[in-house]
Design a protein. Structure first.
Length: 397
């Protein structure tokens, strides 16, 4: 068994070096990041964003500093990916958090022109504070696009973590299907499947496992309210719905592994499917097959979505269209680039996508599989491996 799953300090350093190289032409004196996923990506520091500002400062000479509230000091100092940790007492506090950030920037020579993901800590959960430009007197250049481009190409270590996520999401989904029955509620079934899969995961890799997520703490599988006619609402919310014979069920399963995620979704039917349910299921499967075949290095994300849209047009399915074909995934459930007609990003090896074209009929329900796919030099590799055929996804009523 491996002794560690975590991204190494060396890889975090290489990411920082790559970001500085990508912004060299902008002549920035340093980079300031506030987004929790960006801070995790470059510093390996996972935190719960609150009204207390946290900022990662990367100076042009490569020095890495983190500005945190007092309650995060020991947490931050434990990270070997940081050269210095500065702190303030509390927000709004005296001195203000921004005063400590301004001093850190000055100490590191980050002035004049600064790269940043956004102009200041976002106004969330009651925080109200100055922009980075007002605070520092510097010109702020947004570097989010370069960060997203870097994050889109996954390293071998990142792919390994996504594979591990797939493994435990698959188990959670298997248990979800096993425990689903008419008369049960989505809450009891989802909770049981998620808990058992999480316990199994901890038994297997608990010594080297961290979720590094402020959303989930282990493997999970559920329906999020996509049951019966509600399955026609792609982003429905759980409602403790009772399963009934004839329901179309749309699922979701994943597991955060050192922050990295996968996505597995399936359409299941409770009881013998009707002819119309079978027809819609087969259309959905054909759409996903088309999309999977269309993902190739050198093509564009919009090409994939265009192939799917052509099928909708050919078969008169536009009334059942709700969303694009898919999106990248990694530290976030949704990352760019997107398999969308408006995204002409070139598909490159190392990108990881979810592929999830769906069909939605208010009278019948929703039909959507989602699989996580790695782009390789020669094509794609399907990372998720749960059965996709209808016979495997019918639950006896």
């Amino acid at each position: 068994m491996p002794t560690s799953l975590a991204i190494t300090p060396e890889e975090h350093r290489a990411r920082c070096d790559a970001l500085l190289a990508a912004t060299e032409g902008d002549a920035v004196s340093g980079i300031v990041l506030f987004d929790p996923y960006y801070v995790l990506y470059y510093a390996g520091f996972a935190f719960v964003p609150t009204e207390r500002p946290i900022a990662f400062v990367l100076a042009a000479d490569g020095t890495r500093a983190l500005v945190v509230p007092r309650l995060e000091v020991e947490h931050a100092e434990a990270k070997s990916t940081l050269d210095r940790v500065e702190h303030y007492l509390e927000y709004p506090g005296d001195p203000r958090p921004e005063t400590v950030l301004a001093k850190t920037l000055s100490d590191l020579g980050v002035r004049g022109t600064i790269g940043a993901d956004q102009d200041g800590y976002p106004w969330i959960l009651g925080y109200r504070g100055p922009t980075l430009a007002d605070l520092s007197g510097a010109t702020v250049i947004r570097v989010g696009e370069r960060i997203e481009e870097q994050m889109a190409i996954k390293s071998e270590a990142e792919v390994a973590l996504i594979r591990e996520s797939v493994r435990w999401g698959n188990l959670a989904h298997r248990l979800l299907q096993r425990y689903t029955r008419a008369g049960a509620t989505e809450t009891e079934v989802s909770q049981r499947a998620s808990n058992e899969a999480t316990f199994a995961m901890l038994d297997a890799i608990g010594e080297i496992y961290r979720a590094q997520s402020f959303v989930e703490t282990g493997a999970s599988a559920g329906y999020r309210g996509q049951i019966g006619r509600n399955s026609a609402i792609p982003h429905s919310l759980a409602g403790n719905i009772v399963f009934r014979a004839g329901d179309v069920l749309v699922t979701g399963a994943s597991a955060p592994v050192w922050g990295y995620l996968s996505e597995l979704e399936r359409t299941m039917v409770l009881g013998a499917p009707t002819a119309e349910q079978e027809r819609m299921f087969e259309h959905m499967l054909a759409l996903q097959d088309l999309a999977l075949d269309a993902i190739r290095p050198g093509r564009h994300c919009s090409d994939v979505d265009g192939t799917v849209r052509a099928y909708f047009e050919e078969h008169g399915l536009w009334p059942c269209w709700r969303h694009h074909t898919g999106h990248a995934i990694g530290l976030r459930y949704h990352e760019g680039p997107f398999l969308d007609s408006g995204d002409d990003t070139e598909i490159r090896p190392g990108m990881v996508f979810t592929v999830e074209p769906g069909l939605y009929s208010p009278e019948l329900g929703g039909f959507r599989h989602s699989d996580t796919v790695l782009v390789t030099e020669s094509g794609t590799e399907m990372l998720t491996y749960y059965p996709r055929d209808l016979a495997s996804l019918v639950i006896p009523a």
